[in-house]
Write a protein that binds this ligand. Structure first.
Ligand SMILES: Nc1ncnc2c1ncn2[C@@H]1O[C@H](COP(=O)(O)OP(=O)(O)O)[C@@H](O)[C@H]1O
Ligand SMILES: CC(=O)N[C@@H](CCC(=O)OP(=O)(O)O)C(=O)O
Length: 289
């Protein structure tokens, strides 16, 4: 095929894609979409740049995106370099005072700023925060056995709402403050769920490293009700790292989030596929059918 013909064909495909996205673009106008970006879903620099462009595109078409990130693997790397041993109990990091310092340095410093910079390079205006800023996330201690691990008891969304008015993109590290001024380490999924509930978000997207919630035969279930999730947890189909994710999903739905999607963040343009096409990319969970 001649070069000119190929270009005409590519341009036609782009135009058709934009045309087909129109119903979705109008559906999500002014919607609040909270995206949890886990450490495992944060791949190469190209992957991060592509994710950042997706987020800027969302903002450009009138969505209010909020990024809540993890960074477990990056915390592990620094702890290892410092020779600090780290254990997990039921998916949560046992966090003593020294570990907490490292967690805050890595999440609020390195990881948060990497995402902020990628979004700004892509043409957005991202603002990096932790739950400490403007007293956004107040925590109670989770289980004393876990040390400085917190469960959000109150999320104040006012700062986020003012950022939306100025079309800025909040990027939030999962760290909160305790009633006695402690610094708490929050599981990234839990923090994203609590923030989404406080915002009554239209969507909470949990980006992970599997295609979605799988049934007993290993097939991804594309639509799930809260009742189905409970049944699949009770019979052991949902296990391991998927448990905190589905628990977060149910808590967020009960807190007023309209729908939660668990999807593979490593798939290029996963967020756009989910929001703007009929090929929803993962498992959509709602309270009722
Ligand atoms: N029913 C299920 N469907 C999909 N994944 C499941 C299921 N049950 C357990 N899992 C496990 O949950 C993992 C996702 O959790 P996790 O590794 O903690 O994600 P992340 O690091 O992105 O937070 C999957 O890689 C898979 O091994
Ligand atoms: C309490 C707790 O476990 N906090 C997590 C916070 C980071 C996180 O959640 O990172 P991922 O999303 O990449 O797993 C931790 O210390 O690893």
């Amino acid at each position: 095929m001649k070069k000119q013909d190929a270009m005409t064909r590519d341009n036609a495909a782009i135009a058709r894609t934009l045309n087909e996205a129109l119903p979705y673009l109008t559906r999500y106008d002014d919607a609040i979409v909270v995206i949890k970006l886990g450490g495992h879903a944060m791949g190469s620099d190209e992957g991060m740049a592509s994710f950042a462009r997706d987020v800027v595109l969302m903002r450009t078409v009138g969505i209010n995106p909020v990024i809540v990130h993890g960074g477990g693997p990056m915390i592990n790397q620094l702890l290892e370099r410092l020779g600090v041993k780290s254990d997990f109990v039921r998916g949560k990091r046992v966090t003593d005072a020294e570990t907490m310092r490292v967690v805050e340095m890595v999440l609020a410093g390195e990881v948060n700023k990497r995402i902020v910079q990628a979004i700004n390079t892509a043409g957005g205006r991202a603002v990096g925060l932790t739950g400490k800023d403007a007293d956004m996330i107040t925590c109670a201690q989770d289980d004393p056995e876990l040390g400085f691990v917190g469960t959000p008891t109150e999320v104040d969304p006012r700062l986020l709402n003012s950022l939306f008015r100025d079309e800025m993109i909040p990027v939030i590290a999962p760290i909160g403050t305790g009633e006695n001024d402690e610094t708490f380490n929050i599981n990234g999924d839990t923090a994203a769920g609590a923030i989404a509930a406080a915002l009554r978000a239209d969507r909470l997207l949990l980006l992970t490293d599997v295609a979605g919630v799988k049934d007993g035969t290993g097939e991804v279930v594309t639509q799930l009700t809260a009742a189905q999730v409970r049944a699949m947890t009770a019979d052991g189909t949902i296990a391991g790292g998927m448990i905190p994710k589905t628990e977060t999903a149910l808590a967020a739905l009960e807190g007023g989030v309209r729908a939660v999607v668990i999807l593979d963040g490593r798939v290029p343009n996963a967020v756009l596929l989910e929001l703007f096409t009929s090929h929803g990319a993962g498992s959509l969970i709602r309270l009722d059918a």
